[in-house]
Write a protein that binds this ligand. Structure first.
Ligand code: THU
Length: 159
């Protein structure tokens, strides 16, 4: 048996202000998108913003449903909306942030299903996605490429 190990590279910005202007704008659009969330069941409002290769920004928010599994996360709402409107544009970056029932910004990180969709976006366009997650206390985590988020993903061998 051969023992192997994976390492994940990521970095953190101390605050929104510490981010490069274009990435800060993307996160700000994600923050604005929390206002469009429909979350009467969880009261957890999530905003996401996708930046395409040509610089276009498409936003999304979580959309819940009384039949719970029918709802959709903010990340997939944004990614699918971007793909539907701009099918030939690669996804360059995705920013995500949560807002709690009291209106405070809180940490959000893509769920497994959203990571699987990110993996297919990358494979489809042959372009890694730069992910920005708002963290508790106002830091921002930056991770490049779905390999670091979903190692050994289903379908990776097909891409
Ligand atoms: N949610 C997202 O939209 N994105 C995430 O990254 C985590 C979870 C949504 C799904 C559901 O509407 C609510 O947050 C609670 O899980």
């Amino acid at each position: 048996m051969e023992k192997k190990q994976l390492t994940i590279d990521y970095c953190e910005y101390a605050s929104l202000e510490a981010m490069p202007a274009a990435d800060r704008e993307l996160m700000q659009r994600a923050i604005e998108a929390t206002d469009t969330a429909y979350a009467p069941y969880s009261h957890f409002h999530v905003g996401a913003a996708v930046r395409l290769a040509d610089g276009t920004i498409v936003t999304g928010s979580n959309q819940e449903n009384i039949a719970y599994p029918s709802g959709l996360c903010a990340e997939r709402t944004a990614l699918f909306s971007a793909a539907a409107q701009h099918p030939h544009q690669a996804v360059a970056a995705l920013a995500v942030v949560g807002r709690d029932a009291e209106g405070r910004l809180v940490e959000a990180s893509p769920c497994g299903a959203c990571r699987q969709v990110m993996a297919e976006c990358e494979a489809r366009h042959g372009h890694p996605i730069e992910l920005f997650c708002y963290l508790q206390g106002g830091k921002i985590r930056r991770i490049i490429g779905v390999d670091s988020l979903l190692p050994f993903a289903f379908g990776a061998e097909l891409g």
